[in-house]
Ligand binder design. Structure first.
Ligand SMILES: [Zn+2]
Length: 311
């Protein structure tokens, strides 16, 4: 009697997991030195993306939720923006090609247990800045949202609103915004063995909302090292840092946020902002000035996949 062969994607995923695990236990000559610089590539180094489409409506859910008991994440469809070969260390991207006139506005939606406590205790009213979303919708500005799983669970209605907008792309910012490196702005640290499952779980949480799903991923605090990147190998993602850091967390005035967002912004730039309101209280006031400054420079906001794709 033959053993029934499991579905191929699961086999491929499991193979990738085993391969990734094998890399971690290889003898030292084959391993990347612990102090090796993190490999950064730009989109120009990568294979050209598929020609830009003008599909106005959001693609259907393209990332299949994994079975609850599965230990291996579902493999992403190759057509999802940001998808990379499963089993290989993900590329880390700062920006797109420096040609053309597109830039990406990216908004991180952090949510830690400490933040949830602040909400429940009434100390904080909101970590979802609806004024930002109102403005982007009113002005028809494309943007990309890096969502934590816990933020999505806290704000399902806002997430539905984001997913329903054909100009917005959804990306992954971990489940609970834990640090993936030993020293990352004082954030509590995730165990190395839990990293892969944490990020896979977040893709599943976000996938349930449909809309413009991607395989883009951003580490909390942009903190990553060799081990963190290796943990993502089974997931087929692109790690996105950003070349323009607005510094909007805990800003006291909108002016420095605007200055930081516009200084050094160039074609292909990826601007890092936050939609967390109480923890980034000036971002909605800064945004109109940022949009005006981009327009003055001839730069046009576009979804991340378009900014990282061919010019
Ligand atoms: Zn964050």
């Amino acid at each position: 009697m033959h053993v029934k062969i499991p579905r191929v994607p699961l086999v491929a995923t499991l193979t990738a997991v085993v391969a990734a695990a094998a890399l971690l236990v290889l003898p030292s000559p084959l391993r990347v030195p612990a102090d090796a610089a993190i490999v950064r590539i730009t989109a120009t180094d990568r294979a050209p993306a598929a020609p830009e489409t003008t599909t106005p409506t959001a693609p259907a859910r393209t990332v299949a939720p994994a079975a609850p008991e599965a230990t291996a994440p579902a493999a992403p469809a190759a057509t999802v923006p940001g998808a990379t070969p499963v089993g290989t260390r993900p590329p880390v991207v700062d920006h797109g090609p420096r040609t053309g006139n597109k830039v990406a506005l990216t908004f991180d939606a952090d949510m830690t247990d400490a933040m949830r406590y602040q909400l429940r205790s009434g100390a904080v009213r909101s970590y979802a800045n609806l004024k930002i979303i109102d403005l982007l919708e009113r002005e028809r500005v494309p943007a990309t949202f890096f969502l934590t799983g816990k933020w999505v669970e806290q704000y399902p209605d806002v997430t539905r609103r984001l997913a329903a907008n054909p100009r917005f792309e959804l990306a992954n910012h971990t489940y609970g915004h834990l640090a993936f490196t030993p020293d990352c702005y004082g954030l509590p640290r995730i165990a190395e063995r839990e990293m892969t499952a944490d990020v896979a779980r977040t893709f599943d949480v976000v996938a349930a909302y449909g809309g413009r799903q991607t395989r883009y991923f951003r580490f909390p605090g942009l903190c990553h090292d060799r081990k963190a990147l290796a943990a993502l190998a089974p997931l087929g993602v692109t790690v996105v840092d950003g070349d323009v850091v607005s510094g909007d967390p805990f800003a006291k005035s909108w002016r420095p946020v605007v200055r930081a967002s516009l200084d050094g912004v160039r074609p292909g730039s990826v601007i890092v902002l936050h939609v967390t309101e109480a923890n980034a209280p000036m971002t909605d006031e800064a945004l109109p000035h940022i949009l005006a400054g981009l327009a003055e420079r001839g730069l046009v906001p576009a979804p991340l996949s378009e900014v990282l794709g061919v010019g």
